[in-house]
Design a protein around this ligand. Sequence first.
Ligand SMILES: NC(=O)c1ccc[n+]([C@@H]2O[C@H](COP(=O)([O-])OP(=O)(O)OC[C@H]3O[C@@H](n4cnc5c(N)ncnc54)[C@H](OP(=O)(O)O)[C@@H]3O)[C@@H](O)[C@H]2O)c1
Length: 294
Amino acid sequence: MIDLSSPLTNQNKFLIFGGGFSGNYFAKAIRKLGCVALTSSRSKSNESNSFIFNSENDSIPGDSIFEGVTHILSCIPPDKNGNDPVLKRLQNKINNLSLTWVGYLSTTGVYGNTYGNWVSEQDQPNPFQERSQRRLNCEKEWINSNLPIQIFRLPGIYGPGRSTLEAIKTGKIKVIEKENQVFSRIHVADIANAIIYLLQNKNNLDFHPIINIADDEPCSQIKVISYGYQLLGLRMPKKILFEEAKKDLSPIAQSFWKENRRVSNKLLCEKLGYKLIYKNYQLGLNNCLINIIK
Ligand SMILES: NC(=O)c1ccc[n+]([C@@H]2O[C@H](COP(=O)([O-])OP(=O)(O)OC[C@H]3O[C@@H](n4cnc5c(N)ncnc54)[C@H](OP(=O)(O)O)[C@@H]3O)[C@@H](O)[C@H]2O)c1
């Protein structure tokens, strides 16, 4: 049952650490509900709702930023040692606040390679890449923080301004095919909307400390790219087989092809009843096209 008298009110103040692609999108969505939302960036921004935080130097927010904070969302990746930047610099301060909820954006990379099989929150993390080991360590730090933490594991994030369409337009795309290789993905609007749905309905839903947010249709990269070319009315260049293409890929690009998994959203979408806005890449890219043509 959906709680129509939402627990979110204009008395709520959100601090969003990492006002990048997802953090900023979430901030805009939550402000529409009347909440206050401040986002961090590492350098000075003209945005009035922004503050400076850089874990690598002394740019720590002043006390006034923390006044009246009820919710925190952290969207900052692990530091090079695998420590969480927010906890490392601000945990003492945060532990003294009266917080209702703390969210952390993590990655489905913590599950490692499942050779194309489905993976859910019930599966033990088995990170394969070093960056995913660092991520799992940050998850553990948040879980051990004594804060009311909820972790969201995300696959590839895309949305207006950051999608296959932009990659095609700027010539950054490589049309690579690898047999039986799939990726999961999520539209940025569904990250924000799913989190807001869980917050609005928290009085009626079981609490789960770890939740995957992924769309319904993991699929090959080539399907997405070919749909992107179709939407833009452009002819797709000839495919390159992965074995041939890999010598020209950066180590980070190569590492993405080393893992093959289908991320299940059953907990979020079946058990908890969230309805995806963009349940597959076609719907998601149709939305991104609006940004390209406007
Ligand atoms: N992109 C993906 O496909 C993907 C997939 C799964 C999970 N994730 C994870 O989900 C989270 C959100 O992803 P996103 O793509 O929306 O992130 P994003 O656009 O890259 O934004 C990251 C934010 O973190 C801030 N940041 C980075 N290092 C920092 C430090 N040392 N101290 C303070 N702030 C720091 C950045 O500050 P500035 O604004 O100053 O740059 C930026 O605001 C990240 O943790 C990301 O690793 C991403």
